[in-house]
Write a protein that binds this ligand. Structure first.
Ligand code: ZN
Length: 380
């Protein structure tokens, strides 16, 4: 048993000044104010001056620490063990457009599970971004592997088989039956890398799409006469909307605008690539060499190719640029992604029966300590 005492607890649905949290067998047993528990057997963690939040959940991570999941999915566990330094306690390893057997290889890595003794942020299943994308919005994906939607190609894609989120372009012929099949198998389906008009996007939502991948990036611009996919994502209450809050993929003013329109439908993701946590230089994303200058990651032609900013920095960006309170900004990386995946009872909150995936931040909102399943996995 572990007893966290004297924490300033901030979670999407509550804020407690001098909180105590009792953890048993990796699960939160009870939450109260100071002195509310008598647990003489518990190890005590004094969290005075620290802010206690739910663990962060990142639904789009291509890699980090020099590893790219599309190039080598066996690095998922190694990368996962480094993510808690950014407050990340669960994530979706993301495999971008590549041959179908490469995606199957990622499923295999997930199904085999971690090496013994492994500790880290839990991969909850794959985010498969592509290959059913619009060639006109390929971004940094290799066009050689883009395909037309084809139900036969995704027979083995299901939540059970470690596919958790699929990004596709809903306007492609045959995309809608694919959406329906994936939803049936427990997969969250997202519109992205797409030329969808406003109407096409809404038809996609009708078919079951409930997510939008990196709003404004790899989609048509919002126009006042044809609001297109961004206009549909911003105004339709059904989808949760992924947003890269690095101030580079979108202007900081657009971050503020998106937050005002989306509120708790905004889900901040990093879209982190291999260079996250590494010095500037040459890194890879899928098949391509990417130049990383310390701020952005780009192909030789200037196309943005993933991101190098960690999730805790994006939390601070939301407060600085979008005018969110800490509680609102936290929602975008805890409760909102948990709800999108349908796991909000056990993750993304600090409440009895939830997993003890927790982050302690210092007063400048830097990650101080990260706990996963009640165990300290990172400490500054
Ligand atoms: Zn993308």
């Amino acid at each position: 048993m572990l007893l966290i005492r004297h924490a300033h607890l901030v979670s999407p649905d509550s804020e407690v000044e001098d909180a105590s949290v009792l953890i048993k067998d990796g699960i939160i047993e009870s939450v109260g104010v100071a002195g509310s528990f008598h647990a003489p057997d518990a190890k005590v963690f004094d969290a005075s001056d620290l802010i206690l939040t739910p663990g962060f959940i990142d639904l789009q991570v291509n890699g980090a620490f020099g590893h790219d999941f599309t190039a080598d999915s066996s690095t998922i566990w190694e990368v996962a063990s480094g993510l808690p330094q950014y407050g990340v306690t669960a994530f979706l390893p993301t495999i971008i457009t590549s041959p179908l057997d490469n995606i199957a290889g990622g499923q295999e890595v997930m199904l085999q599970g971690p090496p013994s003794g492994w500790r880290g942020a839990e991969p909850l299943g794959l985010h498969v971004e592509g290959p059913f994308l619009n060639p006109q919005k390929k971004g940094a994906h290799n066009p050689a592997y883009l395909r037309s939607p084809d139900l036969g190609a995704i027979e083995a894609w299901s939540r059970e088989n470690s596919v958790r989120l699929v990004t596709l372009a809903p306007e492609l012929p045959g995309a809608l039956p694919m959406v329906e099949a994936l939803v049936e198998r427990g997969v969250l389906v997202s519109a992205g890398h797409s030329m969808a008009t406003y109407d096409e996007a809404r038809v996609g939502f009708d078919a079951g799409i409930r997510y939008g991948t990196h709003l404004f990036n790899a989609m048509p611009s919002l126009s006042h006469r044809e609001p297109a996919l961004p206009g549909a994502l911003l105004t339709d209450d059904r989808p949760t909307v992924g947003f890269i809050a690095d101030g580079i993929h979108t202007h900081t003013a657009v971050m503020a605008l998106a937050w005002k329109a989306l509120g708790s439908r905004m889900n901040v993701v990093t879209d982190a690539m291999a260079a996250l946590g590494m010095p500037p230089g040459q890194h890879i994303l899928g098949d391509f060499q990417v130049n990383v200058d310390g701020e952005s990651a780009r192909l030789a032609d200037g196309t943005l190719a993933g991101c190098v900013m960690p999730l805790d920095a994006m939390l601070r960006n939301l407060i600085t640029y979008a005018g969110c309170t800490l509680q609102q900004a936290l929602t975008a990386i805890t409760d909102t992604p948990a709800r999108a995946l349908g796991i909000e009872a056990e993750r993304g909150r600090i409440a009895p029966r939830a997993r003890a995936d927790l982050v302690l931040l210092n007063q400048s909102l830097q990650v101080h300590t990260t706990l996963i399943g009640g165990e300290i996995v990172f400490s500054r």
